[in-house]
Design a protein around this ligand. Structure first.
Ligand SMILES: C[S@@+](CC[C@H](N)C(=O)[O-])C[C@H]1O[C@@H](n2cnc3c(N)ncnc32)[C@H](O)[C@@H]1O
Length: 256
């Protein structure tokens, strides 16, 4: 009989995602829920199916990585970025480098791009990464239903989107500020010299040790005085250990 550990080891080899770094109970529950859809009772029969059927494998990958997102998710964070972070960036300064890590369908980096455009910051470079290819495809298309846009102020909706049959398409002027890239936080090299990194509602799924390792790597990936923003239910204990100071809510500033 295949154990859960054997199953995750096989998945690691097959889709290059190390599930042993995700929180075990939560992961097990999700794997079992997914298996129930196919009425499968053992990990070995489930793995056989995943090996045989690329479509199910791709669905499983989407399910396990949890892609929920929306524009202006957690509005007060974006208000803070606008007022206290982007406002201090002048166009004389070097290009402002932002990394949206675990960007899902692109709502997060496009929200940042719109805020930068409002602040008339032209020298901006937003790199948005995710492990999951299918969300990156959707992000590049930039077409959303209203459910992703419920927090978007009306003037942004009118200015930065076109509407067609209840689908909202983000304008090319916004798109051109964002570069999407496949990137696995657990195994790929981190982007360097960022001024601002957002990794929100991503590392909550990883074990504590992995979370702390990611925070250490994010600290190294930031310029002095740069910011790391995590999700509202995520937390960095003793941020000073990593050279961070908690500035507000889920926003941490790297020492100068
Ligand atoms: C819940 S979404 C968060 C989206 C966005 N940051 C937000 O807060 O709205 C989590 C994203 O993390 C991505 N993810 C999960 N494991 C990952 C990994 N190992 N490397 C990179 N991205 C990962 C998922 O594919 C998913 O798109």
């Amino acid at each position: 009989m295949m154990t859960f550990e054997e199953f995750t080891a096989k998945i690691h080899k097959t889709i290059d995602l190390d599930l042993s770094k995700y929180k075990e109970n939560q992961l097990k529950r999700r794997v079992t829920q997914f298996m129930n859809r196919y009425e499968l009772a053992s990990f070995s029969s489930f793995f056989d199916l995943l090996e045989k059927d690329a479509h199910v494998l791709s669905k499983f990958r989407d399910y396990i990585t949890i892609n929920t997102s929306e524009f202006f998710r957690d509005t007060k964070v974006y208000r803070y970025i606008e007022k206290h972070i982007l406002a201090h960036h002048h166009s004389r300064k070097p290009t402002y480098k932002i990394w949206s890590a675990g960007c899902s369908v692109g709502a997060e980096p496009y929200t940042l791009a719109m805020l930068a455009m409002e602040k008339k910051i032209s020298r901006i470079n937003i790199t948005a990464t995710d492990y999951d290819r299918s969300v990156l495809k959707k992000a590049k298309e930039g077409i959303y239903t209203k459910s992703y846009l419920k927090n978007v102020p009306d003037q942004y909706l009118r200015k930065y989107f076109t509407e067609d049959k209840k689908q909202y398409r983000i304008l090319p002027e916004v798109k051109k500020n964002v570069t999407f890239q496949e990137h696995n936080l657990l195994s790929d090299r981190f982007l360097t010299s960022n001024h601002l990194i957002l990794c929100r509602n991503v590392f909550i799924y990883f074990t504590y040790e992995v979370q702390m390792e990611l925070v250490r790597k994010f600290a190294a990936a930031l310029q002095p005085g740069g910011y790391l923003i995590i999700g509202s239910s995520e937390f960095i204990p003793v941020p000073e250990t990593f050279g961070f100071e908690k500035e507000y809510y889920s926003i941490y500033k790297k020492a100068l």
